[in-house]
Design a protein around this ligand. Structure first.
Ligand SMILES: Nc1ncnc2c1ncn2[C@@H]1O[C@H](COP(=O)(O)OP(=O)(O)OP(=O)(O)O)[C@@H](O)[C@H]1O
Length: 286
């Protein structure tokens, strides 16, 4: 089987259960958004996938091979996150060379080109880079490494709007030239909504949604009207529709619905599309 399979993974830290029986598949050549509130378990999941942390239960396999026991499987993956794997006194230019020794597919020339585009000073020591440039450094590595599975944990942390836009553009350009699996864990959902194809929403260590962005959005809506009209509509919804939240302002009410509401829309009620950020907030609010 191609792709990364996460099977029944659980992880606890003392009295905190960070992941509960998580099962997921990351298919080849797709861009995933891993979305969850602070402390939801995103980083723990990515660290377990890339073998930097060990699960209490469950396993991860890469293209059918258990990742934990196999260097070849591990080298098909690259994770960028705040854990800096390079000696802090190392210069950016030297870090590129070191990466090349671990990942022969790393394209140094491309990394140098990206450094110029981001104005990353390759002569600087990694520890002397600003927060934003630490992220840029990691993104340059991840975009140049050319392995099948790349995990970006908060890739735009500290980046200004120009650099965030540049990062997303380069990611899409790279992906269009040669598709790879990119998993982006982020809080900035509005920005990433147009980049990702698949959405994974994690809440308190459990997977709430794992679906394509388009099908999630097609199957969710907002319905607004007077409180009594909306309440009557909600009580007549078919079993496949789930109200995931509501807002009331004055005498008006909006409900947020996932699933099939059927085609009936009573007069006086307004139905509109829900965006990914709104859906995320409603699903993860409690
Ligand atoms: N080394 C650790 N020791 C103790 N608890 C930990 C450790 N690492 C993670 N946790 C806990 O596990 C839970 C999940 O943390 P994790 O960092 O995976 O969340 P996250 O979704 O990446 O959060 P954020 O978006 O805030 O970075 C949290 O409650 C966190 O406090």
């Amino acid at each position: 089987m191609r792709g990364i399979e996460v099977k029944n993974v659980s992880k606890s830290f003392k009295d905190t259960q960070a992941l509960r029986n998580v099962s997921l598949t990351f298919e080849e050549g797709k861009i995933y958004g891993l979305l969850g509130r602070n402390g939801a378990g995103k980083s723990t999941l990515l660290n377990i996938i890339s073998n930097r942390k060990y699960p209490n239960e469950g396993y991860v396999s890469v293209d059918g091979v258990p990742a934990a026991e196999n260097d070849e499987a591990l080298r098909k993956m690259f994770l960028i996150n705040e854990m800096n794997l390079y000696p802090e006194s190392m210069r950016v230019r030297d870090a590129f060379k070191v990466t090349k020794t671990f990942y022969p597919s790393f394209d140094e020339e491309y990394a140098l080109k990206l450094s110029e585009m981001f104005e990353l000073n390759i002569k600087k020591k990694i520890k002397s880079l600003s927060t934003g440039y630490q992220s840029i450094f990691r993104n340059v590595l991840a975009l140049s490494v050319n392995v099948p599975y790349v995990f970006f944990d908060e890739p735009v942390l500290g980046l200004d709007a120009y650099h965030r836009d540049l990062f997303y553009r380069l990611l899409i350009e790279k992906y269009s030239e040669e598709p790879f699996t990119a998993v982006i864990s982020t809080h900035l959902i509005e920005e990433v909504a147009n980049v990702i194809e698949e959405v994974i929403i994690i809440k308190k260590g459990e997977i709430l949604k794992n679906q394509s962005r388009d099908s999630i959005l097609e199957n969710s809506c907002t319905v607004s009207g007077t409180i009594s009209q909306v309440d009557a509509y909600v009580s007549s919804l078919p079993a496949g529709a789930e109200v995931i939240g509501s807002d009331t302002i004055g005498g008006l009410k909006s409900v947020y619905i996932c699933g099939d509401t059927g085609s009936r829309m009573p007069e006086g009620l307004e139905r509109s599309a829900m965006d990914l950020q709104k859906l995320f907030i409603q699903l993860t609010s409690m």
